[in-house]
Design a protein around this ligand. Structure first.
Ligand code: PPS
Length: 302
């Protein structure tokens, strides 16, 4: 790992952020370079895929599911950083191993991550009836979280000012595309595939209730004692202090956590500290137009 990190630091010296479109979705250029391999990725029947729009609570649910599969073994859950133990199949952060290579080298059962909208998902996942946990988070908090993330993640475009980013995000001109299309696309697919559609806000409100839903979906049974352990180890504070979950193993030239920590606030409603009154009006109008008839609703405060 140390050697890989050193190579990464070296590579970042000449790195230029470039996004390209794949079927209208902005993705990093390095992802496009291996797009055929990504799209033709061969899932295995016992894979579990965590699919999310960026900043929806991916890492949180990764930690919970990983611990459930390990029956609460915290030591084993800390075997590797979250981005190594749960390969991100649509990421090719050279010179690190691509998510694809990590996944292909991994023994089953594999836990995998994607931010792809459903129309770009490698077909093999649905063909093989792989269980998918989709986590959705309300757009306003996603926008704020993504704004800070694009500031600190040197592999993504600089977000500009908050005012600029507000428009960019609403237009869907951000990495992995439009929040609206993403959450609606996966929502529409949920009844015809093995998809557990979860909400970040529900997890914040009552983590133990949501853990039970996850357990049932995974077809597992764990004692209350183990569930308590999982609850404790995946709390915001515990994950913020866990070097395997908080991305602190990545150097500052990649994730500059002095700009904004990966484990930033972990709250519902932080948008209220950022949205101007006029922005909220514009947002609500657009939201109504885009979400009408979708049957999908979000909570922006608890
Ligand atoms: S990424 O980069 O897309 O994989 O990011 P992702 O993991 O999806 O989202 C990061 C946000 O999730 C928050 N988070 C948590 N909230 C509550 N409890 C726990 N345990 C937890 N773990 C991660 C994290 O703080 C980011 O949200 P913000 O609002 O920026 O704090």
């Amino acid at each position: 790992m140390d050697e890989e990190i050193n190579k990464l630091i070296e590579a970042m010296k000449d790195f230029e952020v470039k996004m390209v479109q794949v079927e209208g979705i902005p993705l990093p250029e390095s992802t496009l370079e291996i797009w055929d391999q990504i799209y033709n990725f061969q899932a295995r029947e016992d894979d579990i895929l965590i699919a999310t729009y960026p900043k929806a609570g991916t890492t949180w649910v990764q930690e919970i599911v990983d611990l459930m599969l390990l029956e609460g073994d915290v030591e084993k859950s800390m075997r590797a950083p979250c981005f190594v133990k749960v390969p991100f199949i649509d990421l090719n952060a050279k010179p690190m191993k691509s998510g694809l290579d990590l996944a292909n080298d991994m023994e089953s059962p594999r836990l995998l991550k994607t931010h792809l909208p459903i129309q770009l998902l490698p077909p093999s996942f649905l063909d093989k009836k792989v269980k998918v946990v989709y986590v959705a988070r309300n757009a306003k908090d996603c926008m704020v979280s993504y704004f800070y993330f694009q500031m600190m993640n040197k592999g993504l475009p600089d977000p500009g000012t908050w005012n600029e980013y507000f428009s960019t995000f609403l237009a869907g001109d951000v990495p992995w595309g439009s929040w609206f299309d993403h959450v609606i696309g996966w929502w529409k697919a949920k009844d015809s595939h093995q998809i557990l559609y979860m909400f970040y806000e529900d997890l914040i409100e009552d983590p133990k209730r949501e853990h039970r839903k996850l357990l049932k979906f995974l077809g597992k049974d764990l004692s209350d004692e183990v569930l308590e352990k999982i609850h404790h180890h995946t709390s915001f504070q515990a994950m913020k202090e866990n070097p395997m979950a908080n991305y602190s193993v990545l150097p500052a030239v990649v994730f500059d956590q002095s700009v904004s920590p990966f484990m930033r606030k972990g709250k519902v409603g932080d948008w209220k500290n950022h949205f101007l009154v006029a922005q909220n009006i514009v947002f609500e109008e657009e939201y109504k137009k885009r979400m009408e008839g979708s049957g999908l609703s979000f909570r922006t405060q608890l």
